[in-house]
Design a protein around this ligand. Sequence first.
Ligand SMILES: NC(=O)c1ccc[n+]([C@@H]2O[C@H](COP(=O)([O-])OP(=O)(O)OC[C@H]3O[C@@H](n4cnc5c(N)ncnc54)[C@H](O)[C@@H]3O)[C@@H](O)[C@H]2O)c1
Length: 379
Amino acid sequence: MTTGDTRPIRLGLIGTGLAVKKLHWPALSRLADRYVVTAFADRSVAQGEHFAAYSGVDPAAFTTDHRALLDRADVDAVLISVPIASLYEVARDALAAGKNVICEKPTGTDEEQAEAFLAFETEYPDRTVLIAENFFYRDDIRHARALLDDGAIGKLHLMAWRHAGQHLPREGTFSGTPWRHRPQYRGGAHLDAGVHHIAQIRMLCGDVVRAHAGVQWANSTIDAPSDLALNLVFADGAIGNYTASYAEIAVPREPNDMRLYGTEGVLVLAGPESERRVTLTRADGTTRTDVFHGIDNGYYAELCNFADAVQHGEPVVGTIRQSYANMLVVLRALDSAEQDAVMALDDVAAGAVQLWRPRGASGLFDGLPGERALDGAIR
Ligand SMILES: NC(=O)c1ccc[n+]([C@@H]2O[C@H](COP(=O)([O-])OP(=O)(O)OC[C@H]3O[C@@H](n4cnc5c(N)ncnc54)[C@H](O)[C@@H]3O)[C@@H](O)[C@H]2O)c1
């Protein structure tokens, strides 16, 4: 839906928990020219009061009933950040109420709900819907994708990524939210966090066509598998392995880096949120490392894309279909582990993830938060 109206989008927040506090509000507060929060809903009065206190949004704009928020005429669009088991229901209500929607990932709890989520694309073709898969918007991943598109490593033949760390419920952190300990969705952290990793894999390696996986249940604090070892075949023939472990005990510090091996070079994505690094090693052994500081993991950029889609008709990069494809890789991996069988994914391929660029900009990072040292130059 294009409004052609460049006044700030009147945004309603549904769910004002940790994701809003830590991820979305910091980005929204930098985007006052694009968004104004006119209403917010949370089932918990305490959460609503907390949000009003740190954001400065008028407490009178609060309700505990998301349907009451959806009835408001001064809400053009909603940002849905409720627990995974409620995302589908709230998104359905918001679309039925005529709102544009930016909705947290994943697209539902299981394959049946993912299909129903995907059906929104045909049921509401005039509505702007963006699934908040921030990895599609992350600067280091977009940079890596641009290098790959430029042929920096030749033809990709192997992807290798191990992601392992201790995972215990910790008060005040994402792992501490009770709905994550006894998840009412398949796969626990492998769906919750795993869809981000699969987003990165699909953005850099393309669609997955076959998957074979095993799982282990070795963390008594979560009612879900702790370990996933997944072998992948990509549409262009490359192969890959993704291993994720959410361990109960402390594990040695792991590099957790993703390595992409090509015919003419190797690309490594590494580093924590505070310092992301993309290193290219060429066939002659020479290297180049690009460093990203203070980038916000894509939350600012996804809000820019959503506003540009609503106001200017720009294409959405984080479509339902792309997030559905990420999710289906996780779900079919779980199926594979249960059935000890190779699972096909050709039927759910979404095609290449588009490389998002700031609207009207020539560079990949124009106007975005953070600092980058690219090929020795600070930008
Ligand atoms: N993109 C990311 O990096 C990222 C990171 C964390 C969480 N998330 C996603 O954000 C969502 C929320 O996660 P969180 O960590 O903020 O959880 P949370 O439990 O901290 O917050 C969720 C809030 O939603 C409220 N709520 C539940 N049902 C509601 C309803 N029907 N109407 C209004 N409010 C309702 C709860 O009271 C709670 O305050 C999840 O879907 C999760 O997948 C995404």
